[in-house]
Design a protein around this ligand. Structure first.
Ligand code: NDP
Length: 291
């Protein structure tokens, strides 16, 4: 059984990006610059944004964290986005989701310039991705593709079941794996909460991508011997024995499933670290396109 080590692969990627940045700097140019906008004080969002900023520093990018009050109006946020869209010293930026309830997320995502949309959530980028055109690909599915490629997992002709149809994970990974590109050419089934008899699908899958957010949902009896399992789920589960008061669980019952399959991503240390590395890669692309 192979553990698809996202932590190590992400570190390899960061070293590659760091090298590109040092070459840029050696040429007397400014490094790539990523900004993150965080509205409010959500604990998980603070953690995610914090590690994105630290990763930027690690690879030598410039980074800017813009923190706005929970009570920030939609209008103020839109003005901020407009400023960032026109800032020539900025290559890309992200608006950390979820946003407070009084702000319309769709309106915000539409306001981000597609040329700076390194999260790849703007319809222009999503559409371009679906049409196999040059685009920013959302970091989590992009990270899964990179992981499959680097571990040389054969996807061509394989049956892949994706569980979850969100716009940021399930839907885009189902599109990417059915395309003609790298880690593609799979026959993809996209399952969701209305799917009947999910186990009959996962049991026949060569590759299962779990992206639903229910801890340890996929059990050993639901997978076939020798399958490849990608676990995207990240859920905080209360655990008094742990100093933080919680542990992180994936969507896969790792202990039992890992004994039966050919390859699997752990949680933590699988898809999560890849997501941040691919955000950096998208920012480097944005910089290279501009320069
Ligand atoms: P969403 O809540 O947006 O989507 C969940 C999907 O799962 C929906 O399509 C839903 O179906 C489906 N679903 C829910 N229950 C079932 C069920 N019983 N059987 C089959 N399908 C079901 O989640 P996200 O895609 O945003 O995130 C999924 C998980 O991945 C979360 O744990 C999240 O924290 C994690 N995540 C991890 C990232 C990383 O970097 N590793 C990045 C992003 C997310 P329906 O559409 O019918 O409601």
């Amino acid at each position: 059984m192979t553990v698809l080590d996202g932590k190590k692969t992400a570190q390899d990627l960061k070293e590659e990006i760091k090298l590109s940045v040092s070459k840029i700097k050696a040429g007397g140019k400014r490094p790539p610059h990523l900004a993150a906008v965080l509205v409010g004080n959500d604990g998980a969002s603070l953690t995610y944004v914090g590690s994105k900023v630290r990763s930027c520093e690690y690879v030598g990018f410039d980074s800017t964290l813009i923190r706005l009050e929970e009570s920030t109006s939609e209008e103020t946020l839109l003005k901020k986005i407009n400023e960032l869209n026109h800032d020539d010293h900025l290559d890309g930026f992200i608006v950390q989701l979820p946003l407070p309830k009084h702000i319309n997320e769709e309106k915000i995502l539409l306001a981000i310039s597609p040329t700076k949309d390194v999260d790849g959530f703007h319809p222009s980028n999503f559409g371009r991705m679906a049409l196999e055109m040059d685009a920013f690909i959302p970091a989590t599915p992009y990270g899964i593709i990179e992981l499959l490629e680097r571990y040389q997992i054969k996807t061509s002709g394989k049956h892949c079941v994706v569980v979850g149809r969100s716009h940021i994970v399930g839907r885009p990974i189902s599109i990417l794996m059915s395309q003609k590109g790298p880690a593609g050419n799979a026959t993809v089934t996209l399952a969701h909460s209305r799917t009947e008899d999910l186990a009959s699908l996962t049991k026949n899958a060569d590759i299962v991508v779990m992206a639903l957010g229910i801890p340890e949902y996929l059990t050993a009896d639901m997978v076939k011997e020798g399958a490849v399992i990608i676990d995207v789920g990240i859920t905080r589960v209360a655990d008094e024995k742990h100093p933080k008061g919680y542990v992180i669980k994936g969507d896969v019952a790792y202990e039992e499933v890992s004994k039966k399959v050919a390859a699997i991503t752990p949680v933590p240390g699988g898809v999560g670290p890849m997501t941040i590395a691919m955000l950096l890669k998208n920012t480097l692309f944005a910089y290279q396109r501009k320069n």
